[in-house]
Design a protein around this ligand. Structure first.
Ligand code: 6R9
Length: 765
């Protein structure tokens, strides 16, 4: 649709007046002035040029001159390194890289190229390395032109200012500030729904829903979805939610979850979805931080054979937040009828309102609140290396353009696709690649409420056949879990609809990659191993299937407009083959703009470690062909089943327990979850180290954070290895936890070296 020709440039920003003045002053926390940090207009950073280079598949090409490898050789692959030919030899692994590299030698896969089939490449949006390189080069040399051409395909009530973007990511030059499409007036819900309906896709299925029990299902076309979004949006406006207000959403994977997100976006409210696996304490913590006007939840969810009473968790969270001075007056509860009836749900009259009773009474048309591209869209809390989760703030315009574009290219999206992402909308993947990215493309999206191995480990492939899923996007942890169950659960289903597979959340180890490729995808479907983060909004390093061959376990090359660099401890950019810290040299439209209420922490965590760069917190190796191999976190963040959790958060949950004197948590390799949680615990004097105490410590973490953060192992630690200044030496704990006792290194700097032997003795107690 030609959005620019139909755009009206004169409509002013309308602010709803439904909230009272006092509500507005106490609750409207998201005025953009909060981020007014002084105008920082720096010239665009120097952008790398892309050299042509020969390709390492020389041996394969020589053996078969007509082969795909030879075709590739003839065009070369980009390496994203300017000075490859001048490669200094000494850039080895950096010594302090504490990332847990999965138990396999990734280097062994380095020469292994898996090519897309010629048919796949022929029909692909980007069908060759040259085409990618051309587009990539343009995106780096002329980001404003590249991104504004893409942005123009969306609907803007008013076009953005001529600058397209402005950025300062260098703390030495002043406060970090990033803006894309500033001055552009738009609405992401309008672009995801109304725009697609106006283009003639009103009757296309937007959402399929598959319930926990096989046979439970539903669907909404784009037109029906818009009706439901409008009804909820009208209800929210009716109860006083307006532009800039926060709404906390604590819903399981029902269609009502994307509906609630889109309804907020439609009226300019800022949603903060909390994964419905978080405990009451975690939910309360988030409510206290963002002070929502309304909490939207469901009464219960079924996960496999288990029923979880979500409303009881919300009740506790609301009581806790009220005790902390943040009283939420309205809790909108969706009755998940197949799981729990309203009659069986505890109800607080006056505060709790039944969704089904009120929302359907509202009109199915709701005017759009037009917002600035830099107005906030959502907050999503994520774990960092301190005990307090960070409220990652994303804004509207850049996020919209970026999620839609990354979705389109990384999955080689075609309008006939049926797309299923197994992530929950409580995580960033569910925001960018269940809700916004696919719907902005007019895609058909499957939402699955249940557990992937219920009633048996074949459920995913049963669902793939039922809906003829073509694009299947999941996490390595699920791949590994299903791989353990044997091939038969997969091969009994056809899966012939599948076209592209995707992986996210953690490095996918080569054997899981191969199983995914060979068994699930019948050696036919490229795998997009997408590397990105809550903070990045969308994919930064990802295969573009059809454009180049994959290497099992590598996220391959950067997306358009992204310049990854690998730096050493001092922040020197490493060239050619190297290992180090992964940073990004420039901003891209989807990057987060701040941490809610704490811009200083934003700068300290992401922009100060290596001045002049965005620091990802991940380790990365680049091989001789320029492929990127993510090696895991280098900070105190553990990645359990693709879920990020800070060691400090688990430690503070443990020390909250009255019997716990001290705790230190580290990550260890885990065959299914990627990383497991290993906790060293010192008990207070006089308390015996018993199994009962162990169980209650684990329970303490479950109730304070959520079941997914429960330690896999509690290791009794009458003493912890500390330096003389009292700092716990986690390096030693990691070695003890992973039983690498011959690699303990120098322990002489410890205040009490004898605790190390004592800890080793306690390993199996
Ligand atoms: C999207 C998401 C981000 C962290 C990130 C990294 C790890 C994600 C990955 C990957 C290797 C991939 N990660 N995708 N590591 N390969 N394809 O997961 O966001 O929850 O914020 O986690 O996950 O360590 O830093 P988030």
């Amino acid at each position: 649709m030609d959005s620019m020709s139909s755009a009206c440039f004169c409509t002013p920003l309308i602010t709803s007046t439904a909230a009272t003045a006092s509500q507005a002053s106490t609750r409207r926390l998201f005025s953009t002035s909060r981020f007014h940090l002084g105008r920082q207009r720096s010239p665009p950073p120097c952008r790398a040029s892309l050299p042509m280079t020969t390709f390492c598949a020389a041996a394969a090409a020589a053996a078969d001159p007509g082969s795909a490898a030879s075709r590739l050789l003839s065009v070369g692959l980009p390496r994203h390194v300017e000075s490859m030919p001048r490669l200094p030899s000494g850039n080895g692994r950096i010594s302090r890289l504490s990332a847990v590299v999965l138990g396999e030698a990734l280097a062994a896969e380095e020469n292994d190229l898996i090519f897309p089939s010629p048919e796949f490449s022929r029909d692909a949006l980007v069908s060759s390395p040259e085409q990618y390189r051309k587009m990539y080069k343009r995106s780096i040399e002329d980001p404003a032109g590249f991104w504004s051409e893409i942005a123009a395909q969306f609907y803007w009530k008013k076009r953005w200012s001529p600058d397209v973007y402005s950025e300062n990511i260098d703390v030495r030059k002043g406060p970090v500030k990033i803006e894309w499409f500033k001055g552009g007036i738009t609405n992401i819900c309008y672009n995801a729904l109304d725009r697609n309906i106006e283009a003639g896709n009103g009757d296309k299925v937007a959402l399929y829903w598959e319930g926990n029990e096989p046979g439970q299902d539903g669907q909404l076309t784009y037109a029906q979805l818009l009706d439901q979004v409008c009804q909820l949006a009208n209800y929210l406006k009716h109860v006083g939610v307006s532009k800039g207000d926060a709404v906390v959403i604590y819903l399981p994977m029902l269609m009502e979850l994307p509906i609630a997100m889109l309804a907020c976006a439609r009226i300019g409210a800022v949603h903060s979805v909390v994964f419905a696996g978080f405990s009451a304490e975690s939910l309360a913590q988030r409510i206290i931080d963002c002070k929502p006007k309304v909490v939207v939840c469901s009464n219960a969810v079924s996960r496999g054979a288990k029923v979880i009473n979500l409303k009881a968790i919300v009740d506790n969270a609301l009581a806790e937040s009220a005790n902390n001075g943040i009283a939420v007056d309205l809790c909108l509860v969706y009755e998940n009828q197949s799981t729990m009836k309203k009659e069986d749900t505890k109800w607080q009259d006056g505060r709790d309102i039944l969704w089904q009773e009120v929302v359907p009474q509202f009109p199915t048309k709701c005017p759009v609140e037009w917002v600035d591209a830099e107005d906030p869209l959502f907050l999503l809390y994520t774990s960092g290396s301190t005990g307090k989760p960070k409220g990652v703030l994303h804004t509207t315009g850049g996020y919209m353009v970026y999620t839609a574009t990354t979705f389109k290219y990384a999955f080689d999206y075609k309008p006939s696709d049926v797309y299923w992402c197994t992530a929950d909308c409580g995580w960033i993947t569910g925001h960018s690649y269940v809700t916004y990215g696919p719907l902005l493309n007019g895609a058909t999206v499957l939402v699955f409420e249940g557990a992937p191995s219920y009633p048996d480990p074949g459920r995913c492939w049963d669902i793939v056949d039922k809906y003829k899923v073509t694009l299947f996007y999941t996490a390595p942890t699920l791949v590994r879990a299903l791989m353990r169950e044997g091939d038969e659960y997969v091969t009994r289903y056809s899966r012939k609809s599948l076209r592209v597979l995707g992986s996210v959340g953690e490095p996918i180890n080569p054997s899981a990659w191969r199983w995914f490729y060979n068994v699930v995808g019948d050696s036919r479907c490229p795998i997009s191993d997408t590397w990105w983060q809550t903070e990045t909004g969308g994919f930064l390093i990802t295969p573009i299937p059809g454009a180049w061959p994959q290497k099992p376990g590598s996220a391959t090359f950067p997306f358009f407009g992204v310049q990854p660099v690998i730096v050493d401890e001092k922040g020197n950019e490493l060239e050619g083959e190297c290992s180090g810290y992964l940073c990004i040299k420039n901003s891209w439209p989807g990057i987060f703009r701040s941490l809610y209420g704490d811009h200083e922490r934003y700068e300290t965590t992401y922009f100060k470690p290596f001045a002049g760069y965005y620091f990802s917190g991940d380790g990365c190796r680049r091989d001789k062909d320029g492929y990127h191999w993510l090696t895991g976190r280098v900070d105190d963040v553990i990645n359990v089943s693709g879920h990020r959790i800070g060691t400090a958060e688990i430690e503070s949950a443990l020390v909250y327990h009255p019997h716990c004197a001290e705790a230190a948590v580290v990550g260890v390799d885990h065959p299914v979850k990627g990383q497991g949680i290993y906790a060293f615990v010192t008990l207070v004097d006089g308390v015996d180290y018993t199994d009962e105490v162990r169980k209650s410590l684990i329970l303490a973490v479950r109730t304070q954070i959520g079941a997914f953060a429960a330690p896999d192992k509690i290791h009794w630690a009458p003493g912890l290895p500390k330096t003389r200044s009292g700092k716990i030496m986690r390096r030693i704990l990691r070695k003890i936890a992973s039983k690498q006792l011959d690699e303990l290194g120098d322990i002489s700097t410890l205040a009490e070296p004898s605790v190390v032997n004592q800890l080793i003795e306690f390993t199996d107690r």
